[in-house]
Design a protein around this ligand. Structure first.
Ligand code: PGA
Length: 239
């Protein structure tokens, strides 16, 4: 695992966008794994800027997002579909993008379909991850075991509280989501995890220096052969 520490949030975003841009330039038909949350927003803004300047072309790229809430319509501004359109897809020429369907009639079938779709696309070349304060990646919350494939997950109180800022009230935050499993994430050829701010320092410390345990889902990344953590000084403050 490589850990790179940057002065601030903006520098992390720049570095992350640079690595994604390099991937897309090297392999125009890349399969990207993308993430929601506040962490990747600066990265997406930089990618949009480079696209608008004619420096990047996503016309052969496809993407799979990590997760989606269960029960929110895609058009709901709080859905991850809507988030990704607003923050990235409306502004670039991505060939196609996919998120799990949190309104599927049969969620178990949808989970299996999503993993099959990723595999049929040749697997994810580069997976972008944020990290929760509790160490979650995607919506893989601390658990007694590592989950292999895409699955339905119940959000922990810590995650519900962290995501409450996007909703009018805590009651409106969905309690369940579909998330790529740890196995799905680990099958990506390369992984970049970004973290900014002091409230991530504990999770970063445990993910980098702690033991590998499903209590700390991000610790599983230590077993991946090609993973890079890009963190700011605040998130690195306990390393
Ligand atoms: P954040 O969320 O980027 O909004 O902090 C990250 C995550 O929960 O994975």
């Amino acid at each position: 695992m490589v850990v790179r520490i940057f002065e601030n949030r903006r520098a992390v975003s720049q570095a992350c966008a640079t690595l994604i841009a390099a991937q897309v330039i090297r392999k125009p038909e890349s399969v990207l794994g993308l993430a929601t949350g506040s962490s990747p927003v600066g990265t997406y803004q930089q990618l949009i800027e480079w696209y608008q300047q004619g420096l990047l072309d996503f016309s052969q790229c496809i993407s799979f997002n990590l997760d989606e809430y269960i029960g929110l319509d895609e058009s709901n501004p709080c859905s991850y579909h809507a988030f990704m359109k607003e923050e990235l897809f409306n502004h670039i020429n991505m060939k196609s993008f996919f998120l799990p369907n949190g309104n599927a009639k049969n969620l178990g079938v949808e989970c299996r379909r999503y993993d099959k779709a990723i595999a049929a696309a040749g697997g994810v070349d580069l997976q972008l991850l944020g990290i929760g304060r509790n160490g979650h990646i995607g919506f893989n919350e601390p658990d007694s075991h590592f989950v292999k494939g895409t699955q339905v997950v119940s959000l922990t109180q810590s995650t519900i509280e962290a995501n409450r800022r996007y909703f009018d009230s805590e009651d409106q935050v969905p309690k369940k989501a579909i998330s790529m499993g740890i196995g799905t994430i680990m099958s990506a050829k390369e992984i970049i995890l970004i973290a900014m701010g002091e409230d991530k320092a504990d999770a970063i410390y445990k993910a980098v220096k702690g033991k590998i345990s499903p209590d700390m889902p991000a610790s599983s990344l230590a077993l991946h052969p090609h993973v890079t953590f890009l963190v700011d000084q605040a998130a690195a403050s306990r390393l």
